[in-house]
Structure formats: structure tokens, C-alpha cells
Design a protein around this ligand. Structure first.
Ligand SMILES: Nc1ncnc2c1ncn2[C@@H]1O[C@H](COP(=O)(O)OP(=O)(O)OP(=O)(O)O)[C@@H](O)[C@H]1O
Length: 709
């Protein structure tokens, strides 16, 4: 069984690559002069005195634009701090209303400017929101636009016309809020565009800000670049939002964005008194099925059951249906249309159980979810807290059940250990990045590297690879990612493509000729290597990409970009002798991350196996207490029974030499001991996949052993 990882649905955009560079240039040129002070620097952000007028405007906006009666939690404090010129970190629980803390200021800035006569119309600047989920961005933009607020998102789903309209609104200073994915910050054109946006970046909002912390459970290298981006675009102020931040992660966020930790950190209690945190253990997974069925029978209502693997969602949903429940599976591998339909159904019905991977839930704002069940061990206390936070938003009693079983530990260990390559792999990767040709290049020169093939060649997962590049970029300041390129495109051709007189046939431009000459047909698809065509014909590749996009938008072809080539600028020279040290530093850091990932499982288990109130333990993990400093919530499994939940771990097994010999007999390679251990334990990797081993009997044949043995 190969482990399929679920991740958020975000990605590099296809249609915008060529457009962005060209259009950003024109926007940049137009506004360069307007915003720069005489020394080329922006004037420092002007701090407003705390202004009751600002709060009055915010309150009016709340009712007028958002149709809400009053502010919740610390929304008002945050908004006034932001309007006052401060940067903030906001830690509100899931569904706490974080979005409003940047949306209200975004609307109010221009009104405040008019009132104080500080800026002319159209110069009130932009609120830029960096958010990892395309679906979430879309929901928020749709809802803002419905309310008459000028908002847009830049992502791969946008048509050319939508994109151009966004650019026009930016130029005219009409746009109030722009959403983008963190990957966008690698796009040079975009960074330039944001540097010179009309009125400047008044507010940079960073959603899911815990991803910037290396101590966080969901660290994402692209997030590390946001702090640098914020400085480069001279954002006047920043707001970082998260539902889960331990004190250490919150400090990290504040430090990265220069946020005043005493005054600019707004944290509200994570404790939700209507959530009953429950746990039960079983010796085997089989023991837990009847318990789950019984629980769902006695606790009816909309429910989410979280499992780890995509396959499990299907199996368990089928099991539940056979027991008479209305249950459906959901995971990231499904078609977008199916996922959207499932989400709609879940919103509509009051008896549907969704069995899902972690891909389900972000952006689901259903008030009456009665149960959130974890049928496997959650990733971390942070994920657990976020996932259970989806229950009972209507304030009514809801149940959060965690079924724990020793068998699941293996699965968690697979996840925790999957990202660490062998040290040799890291060294080979670095030798490939810093190859002799690269070493000859001057500072400022560019190198191109294909992550996909590097991952395969050196047996490193794509997330790990991105991490290593981020370290080279931010920690070691050797490289800097710039706009990635699609080297290869595939397309399906419509009748217009082949007709000599149609729109495409009559196109005699050089780019059109290049496509016709280099687009090679293979069954139903044409494939074109844009870089090869570009260098052979001495034609800028951007022209070919533009033409492909143009035909695609006109409906003549159906375009599918592929083969991303990452482009890096050289920031400083490196000597060959440095590479060994660099390898050790990078490897050591990744090894530490592996240990932290393992520790997160332990923390998750301690929460429910300790002799302690679950709600208190969870609150304390986030640097919080129960209201009134109570020691017990009174409604978790511990408080209700005062009996410890025992996690039944299978006893360790003796090392099985014959099983190991079988592994050795099937794998002739002896260059990487970790590869052998991975196969025996059941950890997939690019090399394991390319050797087609994950379906072999030896794969996971020693899953009952400890990995380190
Ligand atoms: N002051 C308020 N009064 C009434 N409803 C509010 C208020 N603030 C926010 N809401 C509503 O609460 C819901 C959750 O808000 P929002 O999506 O901003 O939460 P969030 O903190 O971003 O949650 P998540 O962590 O899940 O992203 C939304 O439906 C929003 O309209």
C-alpha cells in the first residue's frame, strides 16, 4: 500500500507566466515615479494617532458592508491597531472571524484618508492577502464582490480577461483587496508589480501564518519568503493570521515581521466550552469499528470523520453506508467538481457523514457540525485543534472523538520519516545544483533546475527539495528563485488548429510558425518543448508561451502546461570545498525536523493518555489556560471518568533476519542503506516509486519493526 499524501490544492499558474512579466513591467514603469521619494526610498509609513473616527468608520463598515452587528473576540482591538499603523499577529480559533480583521481595514483606509485629507482618491493603496488555498481565496473574493467591495484573486483559474481587469483596477487604484498564493512571490513580475502598486501595499495579510515557522507543524518554505517580500514591497504594515500557534510559533511570526510581541500580538482563548473532547482506545483497528458505529448512532448530525490515507476514506465510507449511515468519502485526489459537489451536499444536509483526509474542512463554514471524529492519529496537536474547531460553531454541544490504536503508530512514523533523504542524496543534489557550469557563472547569472527530475535522480521528495532550495536561498543566501518557466506544453487541437484558413491556420507570426514546426503530435495530444523551439529559432520563449495562451483562450487549443523549470539567480559564489559543510548543515536540520515530527505524534498521544483534563492540556500547549484558571473542564473523557485512556501498543518484535534477507535479495542496490530500510518499513520515495516497489511484497514487509533497528 503506497501512502498517498493529501495536501492543499494550490499551485503554480499556467496562464499568467508570460502575461505577468509583460504586464507587470508596464504597470511598474507607469507607477515607479509616482511612489518613490526623491532618494528612491518610500517615505516612512505615517502613524495615525489613535483615532475614534477610525473606529467609527470601521463600525459603520461592519454593518454597512458586512451586514454584521458587532465585533467579536478582539476584532475591534486588532482593527484599530491596524488602522493606527501597527502590524499585528492574530491568533483566533478556527471560525473566530480572522478575515474581518484585514477586510474591514481594507475598506476603511480610503474613507479614513478622505476624512483626514491624507491621500487623494485612488491612492489609498492595496491590501494584499497571501493565502495558500485557491478555493478559500475564491470563496472570500466572491463574498466580498457580492458585498460590493472591489476584490480579486490572482491564481491559475483566472481567464485572461479577468486578469486584465484586475490589472486595470490596480492601475486605477480601485482595487481594495488582492489575494494571491505564496508561490506567486517567486514570480519576479509579480514582485515588481507589487513594489510599485498605486498607493503602495497598505496592508499585507498573511493567512495561515504558522506556516512560516520552522517550529510549526505545517512549515512551508515558500512562507519563509513572505517576510523578505514584505520588506521588498515596503508593505506599510502586516497582519499575520493563524488559528494555531504555540507561544514559540507566535514569537517566530512576530520576530519575522517585526511585530511588537507585547502590543501587536492578539490571542484569544482556544478553549471552546461546547466542545466535548473524548477519546477511546482499542487494541486493534478492528476493535474500533463497532465503537465508531455506536458513537455515530448515539450522536446524530453532520459529522466529519478524519482518516490519514485517501484509500481509507473510500473504505470507511463504504463500511458506514453498509451500517445504514449516509456517508461519503472526500480526499484531495478527487476531481475538483466532485469535491465541490460533496462540500455543497455537506452544507445542505443535516445527516451526512464525510469521511475525509485533512483536505476537507478548510473554508467549510457550517455552523452545525455535531461531531468531528479522528479515526487515526492526527498530525499534531495543532492540526487536531484546527480540525475539532470545525465542530459546533453554532455554540451548541458537539463531540470530538479520537479513536487511538497502536497499529496507527506505524502510519504516523511513515509520515514523520518520509521526508528525510539520505545524506548522500543531499550531497548529490548539491553537486548537481552547484555543477561545474554553474560554478563558472558570475554573481547575478541564472541557473535552471528541474525539481521533478532532481527528485527522481537523487531520491528526494518534492516538499523536501523545495525546503532545501529555501535553505540555500534564505539561510545560506546562495541563490534566489525567480519566475519559474514551463518548458513543455501539451495541447489538444480543435478543428481551427488544422484548418489552413481558420484563426490559427492564418496566423503567420513567428511564434505561430514555431508552434507548428515544434508541436509534435502523439496520439490525441501535441507536445512542444518551448525552450528547445525558442533556442533553435532564436525567438523569445515568452512569445511562444503567449501565443499558446492566446490560442487557448480563443478556444483553438486546450492547453496543458507541464515540466516546470525552476530558475535561480546566483547571489554569491561558492567554493567546491564549502559543499561538504553545506551538506552537513542541511542534512542536520532535516534530521532535527524528523525528530520534531516524531515528537508531535507523542504530544498528540500524551494529550489523551495523561492523567489530566484534555481541554486544559490543549489550552496549555497554546500557552493558554481554562477560564478562571480551572483545572478541569468537566466534560472531557478524563474529567468525566478520571480513568486514564491507555494506548495499547503492540510489543516490539525480534529482528527478523529472514525478512530482511528477502528485502536484500530483491534489491540489488547497495548505495543507500536508508533506501533498504524505507522499503522494508513501507516508506515511499521517488526512487521506490520509479523501481515500482510499492506494490511488491517486500514493501512494508517489516512494518512491525522499529525503523531505526
Ligand atoms: N463580528 C462578527 N459577527 C458575526 N459574524 C462574524 C463576525 N466575524 C466573523 N463572522 C463570521 O464568522 C465566520 C468565520 O469567519 P472567518 O472565516 O473569518 O473565520 P476564520 O477565523 O478566518 O476561520 P478559519 O480559521 O476557519 O479560516 C464567517 O461566516 C464570518 O462571516
Amino acid at each position: 500500500m503506497a501512502v498517498t499524501y493529501d495536501d492543499d490544492e494550490f499551485g503554480l499558474s499556467s496562464a499568467d507566466e508570460a502575461e505577468f512579466v509583460a504586464l507587470a513591467d508596464s504597470v511598474a514603469a507607469k507607477h515607479t515615479n509616482k511612489r518613490k521619494a526623491s532618494n528612491g526610498e518610500l517615505p516612512p509609513a505615517k502613524k495615525l494617532a489613535i483615532d475614534p473616527k477610525a473606529i467609527a468608520l470601521a463600525t459603520t463598515a461592519l454593518t454597512r458592508d458586512f451586514a454584521m452587528k458587532e465585533f467579536r473576540l478582539k476584532q475591534k482591538q486588532v482593527i484599530s491597531w491596524i488602522l493606527n499603523g501597527g502590524s499585528a499577529a492574530v491568533v483566533f480559533p478556527t471560525g473566530g472571524g480572522k478575515s474581518l480583521t484585514f477586510q474591514v481595514p481594507a475598506v476603511v483606509f480610503s474613507e479614513l484618508d478622505a476624512l483626514n485629507d491624507t491621500r487623494h482618491e485612488g491612492n489609498s493603496g492595496l491590501t494584499l492577502v497571501v493565502s495558500p488555498l485557491i478555493a478559500l481565496m475564491k470563496d472570500q473574493v466572491d463574498s466580498l464582490v457580492r458585498r460590493g467591495i472591489k476584490a480579486a484573486a490572482l491564481d491559475s483559474t483566472k481567464t485572461r480577461d479577468e486578469y486584465l481587469e484586475t490589472c486595470r483596477m490596480l492601475r486605477d487604484g480601485e482595487l481594495k483587496i488582492l489575494y494571491c498564493a505564496p508561490e506567486k512571490l517567486n514570480n519576479e513580475g509579480f514582485v515588481e508589480q507589487m513594489k510599485y502598486v498605486r498607493g503602495g501595499i497598505r496592508l499585507l495579510a498573511v493567512d495561515e501564518a504558522h506556516c512560516i515557522s520552522e517550529w510549526g507543524h505545517a512549515f512551508r518554505p515558500d512562507y519563509l519568503k513572505i517576510a523578505r517580500f514584505s520588506q521588498e514591497i515596503k508593505a506599510e504594515r502586516v497582519i499575520c493570521l493563524t488559528a494555531t500557534a504555540t507561544p514559540r510559533v507566535a514569537s517566530d511570526i512576530c520576530r519575522s515581521f517585526n511585530i511588537d510581541e507585547t502590543e501587536g500580538l492578539f490571542r484569544t482563548s482556544t478553549y471552546r466550552k461546547n466542545l466535548k473532547l473524548l477519546a477511546e482506545s482499542g487494541r486493534t483497528k478492528q476493535d474500533l469499528y463497532p465503537k465508531l458505529f455506536g458513537f455515530l448512532r448515539t450522536h446524530p448530525g453532520p459529522s466529519i470523520v478524519y482518516v490519514t490515507l485517501q484509500k481509507q476514506t473510500e473504505f470507511l465510507a463504504a463500511d458506514l453506508r453498509s451500517q445504514g449511515f449516509k456517508a461519503k468519502a472526500f480526499h484531495a485526489g478527487m476531481d475538483t467538481s466532485v469535491k465541490t459537489q460533496l462540500q455543497d451536499e455537506f452544507m445542505r444536509y443535516d445527516d451526512l457523514i464525510i469521511v475525509a483526509t485533512i483536505a476537507f474542512g478548510m473554508g467549510i463554514d457550517k455552523p452545525n457540525i455535531r461531531n468531528v471524529v479522528h479515526f487515526n492519529i492526527p498530525n499534531s496537536l495543532e492540526s487536531y485543534s484546527q480540525e475539532i474547531g470545525r465542530a459546533g460553531r453554532d455554540g451548541k454541544a458537539s463531540h470530538c472523538m479520537f479513536y487511538v490504536c497502536g497499529e496507527d503508530l506505524h502510519l504516523r512514523e511513515i509520515f514523520a520519516r518520509g521526508d528525510l533523504p539520505s545524506k548522500k542524496s543531499v550531497r548529490r543534489l548539491l553537486d548537481d545544483i552547484f555543477d561545474p557550469t554553474m560554478m563558472q557563472l558570475p554573481v547575478g547569472g541564472e541557473i535552471q533546475r528541474n525539481h521533478m527530475s532532481q527528485g527522481k535522480d537523487f531520491d528526494i521528495r518534492s516538499t523536501t527539495l523545495a525546503n532545501i532550495y529555501a535553505q540555500l536561498e534564505l539561510t545560506h543566501q546562495l541563490l534566489r528563485a525567480t519566475t519559474p518557466m514551463y518548458t513543455k506544453y501539451s495541447y489538444k487541437a480543435g478543428s481551427q488548429y488544422t484548418s489552413p484558413s481558420g484563426g490559427v491556420g492564418s496566423d503567420k507570426s513567428q511564434a505561430a510558425q514555431a508552434i507548428r514546426a515544434y508541436g509534435k503530435r502523439a496520439s490525441t495530444l501535441y507536445h512542444i518543448d518551448v525552450s528547445a523551439a525558442s533556442s533553435a529559432l532564436r525567438l523569445p520563449r515568452v512569445d511562444i508561451v503567449k501565443k499558446l495562451n492566446e490560442w487557448s483562450e480563443a478556444g483553438h487549443i486546450e492547453l496543458r502546461p507541464g515540466g516546470v523549470m525552476h530558475v535561480y539567480k546566483i547571489l554569491r559564489p561558492i567554493r567546491s570545498a564549502e559543499i561538504e559543510k553545506l551538506t552537513t548543515e542541511i542534512y542536520d536540520l532535516m534530521e532535527r525536523r524528523e525528530q520534531e515530527a516524531l515528537a508531535r505524534t507523542d504530544q498528540m498521544l500524551e494529550l489523551i493518555t495523561d492523567r489530566k483534563c484534555f481541554s486544559l492540556a490543549l489550552a496549555q500547549h497554546f500557552g493558554d489556560e481554562l477560564p478562571g484558571r480551572e483545572e478541569e473542564c468537566g466534560h472531557c473523557t478524563w474529567c468525566m471518568t478520571h480513568v486514564q485512556v491507555l494506548q495499547e501498543v503492540p510489543p516490539p518484535v525480534e529482528f527478523n533476519m529472514s525478512a530482511f534477507k528477502t528485502v536484500l535479495s530483491k534489491i540489488p542496490d547497495r548505495d543507500d542503506p536508508r533506501l533498504l530500510a524505507r522499503i522494508a518499513f513501507g516508506i515511499a520515495s521517488p526512487r521506490v516509486t520509479s523501481m515500482k516497489l510499492s506494490k511488491e511484497k517486500i514493501f512494508m514487509s517489516m512494518a512491525d519493526h522499529r525503523f531505526m533497528v
